[in-house]
Design a protein around this ligand. Structure first.
Ligand SMILES: [Zn+2]
Length: 132
């Protein structure tokens, strides 16, 4: 398996079984310094689907109960956000608010970072065409 840093996607190495091409996640030293505490403690897992250009967009963030026990983030809060382009705010926000699992929906800047500590944050890219 291919082992990647869950934050910056840097290659950390390979893990048995080597013929399994799926990816597994860890944390690199640099991201550990930035995000984490000591090894073995829980930390915020940050996944970001945006391109550099999309990082200038606003994000509709929510706190998500459904994912709260996801993987290594167990016990911590889970945050999900959708970056949207100009003019898409009302449609994107309305879609997020109508999700059954959405809590604390808010609009944040593209430079948003989740708080440190245990948890999971995933920033997706809103595609209004698929969600009309
Ligand atoms: Zn990293």
């Amino acid at each position: 398996m291919i082992r990647l840093c869950a934050w910056c996607k840097r290659l950390l190495g390979f893990k048995e079984p080597l013929d399994d091409v799926r990816t597994t996640h860890g944390i690199c030293e640099e991201c550990l310094k930035h995000w984490g505490k000591r090894k073995g403690e829980t930390y915020m897992i940050f996944q970001d689907d945006r391109t550099p250009e999309q990082k200038k967009w606003l994000i509709c963030m929510m706190t998500d109960n459904f994912m709260a026990r996801w993987g290594e983030a167990k016990g911590g809060p889970s945050y999900a956000g959708w970056a949207f382009s100009d003019g898409e705010q009302s449609r994107c926000e309305s879609w997020v608010r109508h999700r059954g699992d959405a809590k604390r929906v808010r609009i944040v800047l593209g430079s948003y970072r989740p708080p440190a500590g245990p948890g999971h944050c995933h920033i997706y890219v809103w595609d209004g065409k698929d969600r009309a």
